[in-house]
Structure formats: C-alpha cells, structure tokens
Ligand binder design. Structure first.
Ligand code: DGL
Length: 293
C-alpha cells in the first residue's frame, strides 16, 4: 500500500514544500492540510500555535492515516515541533533543521541571515539550530511579507520597497554586530515566492536558502531508504536522483501521477484559487474541515 505523507501548514504557503516533496517523492500519496481559518500563526503565542498545530497533526494521522508528517510551517516547526511529536505516533519532520543544514553547507563565512515571521524569530529556533552547526545567525521578523504574498504582490514595487527596507536594516544590524553574512535563509513558507526579488535585492553573491527545498531533500533522504516512494526511473546519476538540484517549474508530461488530497479549515475557493501559485499547478478540489476552536 502506498505510504501517505501528511503535510501541514497554517495556510497554503506550505504548498511550496509539498511541491518540492512531490518532485522528490512522486509516488507517495500526500494529504495536505492548510489551517486557513486560524492563519496567521506567525503573530500568535507558542501555546496557541501548539494547540492548533497538534489538532492539525492529529487530523492528518487519525483521519487521513498519514504515516509521516512534514511540518511545512516554519512557525509551527519553530514553536510546536515537540508538542506535535508527543501527540502523534509517527515520525515528524520540521523545516528548521533542514534549513539550518543547507545554510551550513552554503555559507563560507559562517554568518547567516534568517528572515521569518515574528513568532519564529522570537523563538530563536533558527539561531539555535544554526548555532548547533557552528553558524552565527542574525534573525529578522518581516511581518509585512506574508500579507503581500497573499495579495499576490510577488513582483510589485511596494513589495520591492518593503524588502529593500528589511534587507537594509538587516545589513546595518549585521554590520553593527561585526558579522559577515553570505547566506540568507527564507524562514517562512511564503518567501520562496519572493525569491527572484530577494535574490536581486540581496547583497551580490548572497546564497539564498529555501527551506522548502531543504526540507524536501531531508524527507527524500529519510524516506528513500525505507520505502519505494522516490521516482523508480533513474534520470542521470542515480546517487543524486532523489537529491536532485532545484527543479522549478512543472513538467506534467514526465511526472508520474501523484495522489494529493487537500484540506482547509476556511474558504476552499480561496485555497483552490491561490494555492496553485504555491503548488505550481492546480490544487484540485479542496475539502473543508472543522478542527474546532
Ligand atoms: N506558514 C507560516 C510560516 O511559515 C507563515 C504564515 C503564518 O504566519 O501563519 O511561518
């Protein structure tokens, strides 16, 4: 029987993680839950985030029989990973560790910048994960970016101006602390959609780390040994097959059929309309569920 991987986010931004997962594990069955009724998590307290995230994880495991969980939401990964792991009897992978590991691999100076929601930054989860890998991390909350992406303003002059301000403030702070950052971690589900702008506006030579990609790579590494979920048709070097470099865009002609079931706790119409931007293809019908208060 095909393994079901549950993917959870506070909204549909986590579809960027699902997209990266499908590219690496095309034969898995995916159940994706966006807790859209209670988004944003990024401005809420640890207690509330943990309560919401645990309910969502339990839905995926108990009602959708997920055997692995990927917490696509940076905020839930930062503040509720332990609570989720205690609440469900399946392996749970968050996005923070894989993001930090990619930053470690990318950085030559050992100094990295992390942009994320307010709650993620105040948890210092990225700083701790980076420190464990002997990286110095400077974190910055960028609360205006999620609503701008939700509005679809991913290439808008206002978004460009906001990013400029955030990056200038980060650069000034890094300078004041004597840091020499060469890597920027996108510590939020929504930021991969701003990648072209961020790459253009960041200091020349900055490596941009997308935790969606790093998490999918970590998941593929984790699952590939144990299951047959990865692509059975080797393309190129077999040793790099499931760890292939970022494959942006969607080639439906060669992609095997992947079963995806999407669930949302609020407007399924909005999820279906906006979700395709994050997934890179239509999300299909979305089922409305009620997780309580
Ligand atoms: N999914 C959240 C994250 O990655 C962003 C949206 C929210 O604040 O809920 O941190």
């Amino acid at each position: 029987m095909t393994t079901t991987i549950g993917v959870f986010d506070s909204g549909f931004g986590g579809l960027t993680v699902l997209r990266a997962l499908i590219q690496r594990l095309p034969r898995a069955r995916f159940a994706f839950l966006g807790d859209t009724a209670r988004l944003p998590y990024g401005s809420k307290s640890r207690r509330t985030i943990a309560r919401y995230a645990v309910q969502s994880a339990q839905f995926l495991v108990q009602e959708q029989q997920a055997e692995f969980l990927v917490i696509a939401c940076n905020t839930a990964s930062a503040l509720a990973l332990d609570a989720i792991q205690q609440a469900v009897p399946v392996p749970v992978l968050g996005v923070i560790e894989p993001g930090a590991q990619s930053a470690r691999a990318a950085s030559r100076t050992g100094d990295v910048l992390v942009i994320a929601t307010d709650a993620t930054v105040h948890s210092h989860a990225y700083a701790a994960a980076c420190q464990a890998l002997k990286l110095r991390a400077l974190e910055k909350a960028c609360p205006l970016l999620v609503p701008l992406v939700e509005e679809g303003w991913t290439a808008h002059p206002v978004t460009e101006q906001v990013i400029r301000i955030y990056l200038d403030e980060l650069a000034a702070e890094a300078n004041a602390q004597g840091l020499d950052p060469d890597t920027l971690v996108l510590g939020c589900t929504h930021y991969p959609l701003l990648r072209p702008l961020l790459e253009r506006l960041a200091t020349a030579g900055t490596r941009v780390i997308d935790s969606a990609e790093s998490t999918a790579e970590a998941a593929a590494r984790l699952f590939n040994d144990k299951t047959t979920l990865a692509d059975p048709q080797p393309r190129g070097d077999p040793s790099t097959r499931t760890l292939s470099p970022h494959a942006h865009g969607w080639d439906t002609s060669s992609a095997p059929p992947t079963e995806i079931r999407c669930f949302a706790t609020d407007s399924v119409e909005k999820f279906e309309r906006l979700g395709s931007r994050f997934l890179g293809r239509p999300v299909g019908p979305v089922a409305l569920i009620d997780l309580g208060g």
